[in-house]
Design a protein around this ligand. Structure first.
Ligand SMILES: Nc1ncnc2c1ncn2[C@@H]1O[C@H](COP(=O)(O)OP(=O)(O)OP(=O)(O)O)[C@@H](O)[C@H]1O
Ligand SMILES: [Mg+2]
Length: 323
């Protein structure tokens, strides 16, 4: 059994909503509302769910770019939420991020070399000559060429820029890479190439990934396990193939039928997902999904179902599976 690299426990982020000149807090956006999961070393964990369900906020809390409201993040046995600034700075090297928008995430004033070198400079790794050498290796690793080093981001296409972002993330040999919708800004024809690259790199360097996407078909190929979020909560976690063949939660089922995966072995009740995602400022009582659930029962309107194991390694938060 591989060791656990990341454990997220009951993580919450409530963004305050302020009003008036005194910035009085008038309510909270419950962006993440009690999320728990773990990632094993060498695993690719996919996080999916509709827009606004709290995927990016979860990823950014793990990066400590956003301060959690409560909960614990344990990375390589250390509690990130209890770390002082200095310890945190050291740990940051081990968690790198690949961003959604390869146009906004690369500084246009810097050469590709400087961009990829940046995290090595920040973490004081290697001499100047060693860093330059590493940049050239990394460019080859991500399918670009060493002569690209002296160019600027605007000279590259979206797919190439994302490769530069990937090289930058790899530069400091991170233990965990958080990829937040790394291909959704790219042309469909380019998406598969970048996904394939990430998959190759994962195997080649035994990388651990948190892969965020709302397109289930993307996550399906990439991930060993998948977590499904709805309105700030985790509603289902299972091995990827198990989740796709045997979804337990009605929300997962609805997501799957809205993004059919071309495989005759898979069959879903084609229940369309009705209505909009409720407002995270005032989420529904009980199960947050009950307002859109085709099989909601009385208890769903009153009691929030806990995430629990319903088959080996398969967790879901749904009253259908209580007894
Ligand atoms: N800084 C913030 N202040 C207030 N509310 C925020 C802030 N950041 C995010 N939110 C809200 O928190 C909720 C979750 O946002 P988040 O970006 O985590 O969702 P997401 O699942 O990544 O969505 P998408 O698929 O669109 O990227 C949304 O309702 C969003 O409007
Ligand atoms: Mg997001």
């Amino acid at each position: 059994m591989a060791e656990t690299i990341l454990t997220v426990e009951d993580l919450k982020k409530y963004f305050p909503i302020e009003s008036g000149i005194f910035k009085r807090t008038v309510g909270h956006v419950k962006a993440v509302d009690g999320v728990s999961f773990e990632i094993k070393k060498g695993e690719a964990f996919g996080l999916v769910g509709e827009s606004g369900c709290g995927k990016s906020t979860t990823g950014r809390m793990i990066m400590r770019l956003i301060e959690p409201t409560s909960g614990r993040i344990v990375f390589c046995g250390k509690d990130l939420t209890a770390m002082d600034k200095k310890a945190l700075r050291k740990t940051r090297k081990d968690i790198q991020m690949i961003f959604q928008d390869p146009f906004a995430s690369l500084d246009p004033r810097y050469t590709v070399e400087r961009i990829i070198e940046e995290p090595m400079i920040v973490h004081r790794l290697g001499s100047k000559a060693e860093r330059k050498k590493r940049v050239r290796e990394l460019l080859e690793v991500v399918g670009l060429s060493s002569y690209h080093a002296k160019r600027y981001p605007h000279q590259f296409s979206g797919g190439q820029r994302q490769r530069i972002g990937i090289a930058r993330a790899l530069a400091v040999n991170p233990k965990l890479i958080i990829a937040d919708e790394p291909v959704s800004a790219l042309d469909v024809s380019i998406q598969a190439q970048v996904i394939n690259l990430l998959q190759d790199l994962q195997k080649q360097f035994d990388l651990t990934f948190l892969f965020i996407a709302h397109d289930l078909s993307v996550v399906h190929h990439f991930s060993d396990r998948v977590g499904v979020m709805y309105l700030g909560r985790m509603v289902e976690v299972a091995e990827s193939s198990e989740l796709y063949r045997n979804p337990k939660h009605p929300y997962t089922n609805a997501l799957l039928s809205s993004v059919p995966i071309p495989d005759p072995d898979y069959q879903y009740d084609s229940e369309e997902l009705a209505g909009d995602v409720p407002n995270p400022i005032d989420p529904p009582k009980g199960c947050a999904f009950h307002t859109r659930c085709p099989v909601a029962m009385d208890i769903c309107r009153k009691t929030r179902p806990e995430l629990k194991e319903v088959a080996p390694g398969h967790l879901t938060a749904c009253h259908l599976y209580n007894n």
